[in-house]
Design a protein around this ligand. Structure first.
Ligand code: NAD
Ligand code: DAU
Length: 348
């Protein structure tokens, strides 16, 4: 089987690509990625010489490139992760999100349909987010039946792409699958997102920006557990189905950051409380969703997936990874990152 994994040089995509390359030596894995600011081939250094892995640099917005690639590669399946993924960037530049997340997804669906025709054995898997469901109050959880209610340009674009994937199943009979996952954390996470940004700033004695009062709640899952869930869903889910993925692990942002500060103090040999003094409350994100919580019982019940790691242990592992991969962090936080970072926080 040959699988095109899109976005394989990004955070989650790199873990998914590694998982498939190493777990299934008889599959050919083609990593298709445009290497935007978020894509980084260093994330895949350890697998780049594996005989069942190859990399193609290319943009999913480019119709003729994508069509030709599919004709040339003749994939049996697509696992689609390539996207603009950061909510704050979607607030300042929504159009990029429409072009990559919506139009790019439709380009891939068209290219796949053109070579697969009615062959129902060929699978298109779209990796999506719990943010399409909108925001929760104090109680309740998102299930697969929760109505889509996206609020940010990012989540609206992901909802749009989910609808197109579903439409290609309902209209053309394409064998599609969608999974909607909660917040991931772990190695290779770009330091514009809360956890790696906080680790980076604490390490460098810089302010740790917490939006609003830090009372928003996210449901965190270790990225390797997400990759394992994608494996199970890819192999076992029925055509046209949808699965939620999450670890029943809700954290208020401020509590999470305080825990991270404690871990960092210990790891850096600082007196307890040193890192916490870096916490800085800044202007809230526009339209900031209050709470996400994923009910993943369908995935657990039907396909037997369960998360493998407790959050405290995973967070410590993540800190260890960042502290022992200084060069990775240095590389991704030099150049254009600095401009983005400065622009972000001057406004607040
Ligand atoms: P990321 O930003 O780290 O990586 C995205 C990758 O896509 C990068 O390698 C980038 O180069 C590539 N890419 C972007 N635009 C492209 C284009 N036009 N053509 C080809 N490649 C392009 O994102 P991530 O956090 O790894 O998220 C991966 C997917 O998982 C996304 O679809 C996201 O919506 C979804 N998701 C993310 C999370 C999370 O917590 N990070 C949770 C649920 C779902
Ligand atoms: O829920 C899944 C989604 O999780 C994915 O679909 C997105 O691709 C991914 O980026 C993530 O979105 P969030 O907006 O939840 O992640 P982020 O790390 O940007 O923010 C997490 C929370 O922390 C959120 O409530 C905003 C807050 N925050 C974020 C940053 C960057 C801060 O308080 N300070 C910050 O500097």
């Amino acid at each position: 089987m040959k699988i095109i994994i899109t976005g394989g040089a990004g955070f989650i995509g790199s873990h998914v690509a590694r998982h498939f390359v190493l777990t299934y030596p008889n599959y050919q894995i083609v990593n298709l990625d445009a290497l935007t600011y978020a894509g980084n081939l260093a994330n895949l250094k350890d697998i780049e010489t594996e005989p069942n892995y190859s990399f193609v640099k290319g943009d999913i917005r480019d119709v003729s490139f994508i069509d030709e690639l599919f004709v040339r590669e003749q994939p049996d399946a697509v696992i689609h992760l390539a996207a603009e993924s950061h909510v704050d960037r979607s607030i300042s530049n929504p159009t990029d999100f429409v072009l990559t997340n919506v139009v790019g997804t439709v380009n891939l669906l068209n290219a796949a349909r053109a070579i697969w025709g009615n062959d129902g054995t060929k699978r298109f898997y779209h990796v999506s987010t719990d943010e399409v469901y909108g925001a929760l109050g104090e109680t309740g959880m998102f299930t697969e039946e929760t109505k889509y209610d996206p609020h940010s340009p990012y989540s609206a674009s992901k909802a749009g792409s989910d609808h197109f994937v579903r439409a290609y199943h309902d209209t053309y009979g394409m064998n599609t699958v969608i999974s909607n996952c909660s917040n991931n954390y772990g190695a290779n996470h770009f330091p514009e997102k809360l956890i790696p940004l906080a680790i980076h700033n604490i390490k460098n004695n810089k302010p740790v920006p917490v939006y609003g009062k830090g009372e928003n709640i996210r449901d965190w899952l270790w990225v390797n557990d997400h990759a394992r869930a994608i494996d199970v869903i890819f192999h076992k889910a029925a055509p046209g189905s949808t699965y939620n993925i999450g670890g029943h692990n809700e954290w208020k942002n401020i509590d999470l950051i305080r825990l991270l500060c404690k871990i960092m103090d210990k790891k850096l040999g600082r007196a307890e409380g040193t890192s916490e003094s870096l916490i800085t409350f800044v202007k809230d994100r526009a339209g900031h969703d209050l709470r996400y919580a994923i009910d993943s019982s369908k995935l657990q019940r039907e396909l037997g997936w369960v998360p493998s790691l407790q959050f405290e242990e995973g967070l410590e592992k993540t800190v260890d990874w960042y502290l022992s991969n200084e060069e990775w962090l240095e590389n991704v936080t030099s150049g254009a990152y600095k401009d983005y970072y400065e622009a972000q926080y001057v406004q607040r």
